[in-house]
Design a protein around this ligand. Structure first.
Ligand code: F6P
Length: 483
């Protein structure tokens, strides 16, 4: 079944995420293709869109325009089923509970999480609305794949309404250790919500382990290997949820194809020339988020300039910081701080001809990103905590000539796969500075050896593998493990 997008359409495969892959443009903008829609930000969409353009199925999510009702529609070969959010929902469920409670809590409390009962009420209410939208359009026995921390109650709500469904969940961000998760006043309800799924996927084995420890501690579930056994009132096992790591990846074919295009190679040359042909271009690409370690990166770079280890005449840092969650206070504060720091660095070290930091508060289409990857000698991924970090994987994929150096935080999930990167702890500013200098001065031979090995890893594990692995595991018959 599936196909079509009338009100009555039923699907046997559905993806559910907070955002649809496209976002309603601001009034006056026309979008990437003149349709009034533009691509949504973030790694989740990057990872799921390739599969959804090739699959018969529907994607349920918010369309990005508060208070606007949009009928189901097709875009880029995908059937999209919009869920409406009011202005209040955006403020309480999205900006509040999702991004000012869960986001900081799940990222090692880098910023202090806020706990408000009104936010929690909105989170429950909106999760119910997403579940209802699925219940209406899912065929009997359909497979439903719920995504990310904004929708952790949906698996349980679906199981109760529709026991016929096969329910998967994937968490794109870290899952915190129980010692931190314990702070959440609604910790039991969240774990119970997730346990409605048949399979709960995480980025790293440590995330899956953290979840299972929390299931045991806060819900008294018994955990056997990768199975979480949920018991009913009479002590009988009523449902088995499995928890496992499935490291997410990127559309390798798309990035490599772009990296080989003459016009993109030419654009990379142009970028270099426009910057005055510095010996070394360093690059950072992030959503403007406090988890990304942008401040630490700037501090290290500034100290290197100050000590004369780098000079603006031969090194420039390009920092792309795409706008994100701009109404959330911690993001506003971060932006002020970053922009103040960049102004200070450039004011101190720039010359008329050369700039220390080329700071860009924009998001760019993938073609421009690949040109930047090709132009950059050193890629800086200095996240303080990151579920995966797909920028690291994109950079490696774009470096088809096996040159360039990747400086990668051990706190990013990608560090599990990219063992030949220059791994470091971004909190250690001296260590970070040494690692940057190591990257800047790396011999071509060493760079090639590392890059070849990282490229092999990514080329063999692209995003199609990720979704296929997850869905295959979701459809496995579960044999109860009582060992
Ligand atoms: O992968 C984490 C994530 O929060 C996604 O769920 C989200 O779509 C993306 O980052 C971008 O964030 P936002 O949707 O809040 O702009």
């Amino acid at each position: 079944s599936g196909g079509g997008h009338g009100k009555a359409a039923k699907y046997d495969f559905m993806v559910v995420s907070n955002r649809l892959p496209v976002d309603r443009c601001a009034p006056g903008e026309s979008g990437d293709d003149g349709s009034g829609w533009r691509r949504s930000p973030g790694g989740l969409v990057t990872a799921l869109a390739p599969m959804m353009t090739k699959t018969d199925g529907a994607w349920v999510g918010w369309h990005g325009a508060p208070d606007e009702t949009v009928e189901p529609f097709s875009h880029g070969g995908m059937d999209l089923v919009p869920v409406q959010l009011s202005n209040d929902d955006v403020e309480l469920y999205y900006e509040g509970f999702s991004n000012a409670t869960l986001w900081p809590l799940y990222h090692d409390v880098i910023a202090p999480p806020e706990f408000h009962r009104t936010w929690w009420d909105a989170y429950r209410k909106v999760n119910q609305r997403f579940a209802d939208a699925v219940v209406r359009s899912a065929d009997k026995g359909a497979t439903v794949w719920v995504q990310d921390y904004q929708l952790q109650l949906v698996p349980r709500l679906l199981r109760e309404a529709r026991p016929d469904l096969r329910i998967g969940f994937f968490n794109h961000i870290p899952f915190p250790p129980p010692e931190i998760f314990a702070q959440l006043p609604w910790r039991k309800a969240i774990i119970d919500g997730l346990m409605g799924a048949d399979l709960v996927g995480f980025q790293r084995p440590s995330d899956a382990g953290n979840f299972m420890r929390s299931a045991r501690r806060f819900l008294g579930a018994s955990v056997k290997q990768q199975q979480v056994h949920v018991k009913g009132h009479d002590g009988e096992i009523t449902h088995i949820a499995r928890a496992q790591a499935f490291p997410i990846s990127i559309d390798v074919a798309q990035i490599s194809e772009l990296a080989h295009k003459p016009e993109i190679i030419e654009r990379a040359r142009q970028i270099r020339q426009d910057l005055g042909n510095p010996k070394t271009i360093l690059l950072g690409v992030d959503r403007l988020d406090y988890t990304k370690g942008i401040r630490h990166r700037l501090k290290a770079f500034e100290e290197l300039l100050n000590e004369g280890k780098l000079a603006v005449t031969d090194a420039t840092l390009i920092q792309v910081a795409s706008p994100s969650r701009e109404r959330v206070e911690q993001y506003r504060l971060l932006r002020e701080e970053i922009e103040g720091t960049v102004g200070h660095i450039n004011g101190t070290y720039d010359t008329i001809q050369n700039t220390a930091v080329r700071y860009l508060h924009h998001s760019y289409p993938v073609e421009e990103m690949v040109a930047l990857y090709l132009a950059a000698d050193v890629m800086l991924v200095t996240a303080l905590r990151d579920g995966m970090n797909l920028v690291a994987k994109e950079y490696v994929t774009a470096r088809k000539d096996n040159d360039g150096a990747l400086v990668l935080s051990e706190f990013a999930g990608a560090a599990d796969q990219l063992k030949q990167a220059l791994l470091m702890n971004p909190h250690d500013i001296d260590g970070l500075k040494d690692t940057i200098m190591h990257a800047v001065n790396m011999s071509p031979k060493d760079a090639a050896r590392r890059m070849r090995s990282m490229r092999k890893q990514i080329l063999e594990h692209d995003v199609d593998h990720w979704s296929a692995d997850f869905l295959a595991a979701l459809n496995e018959k579960v044999v109860r493990d009582d060992s």
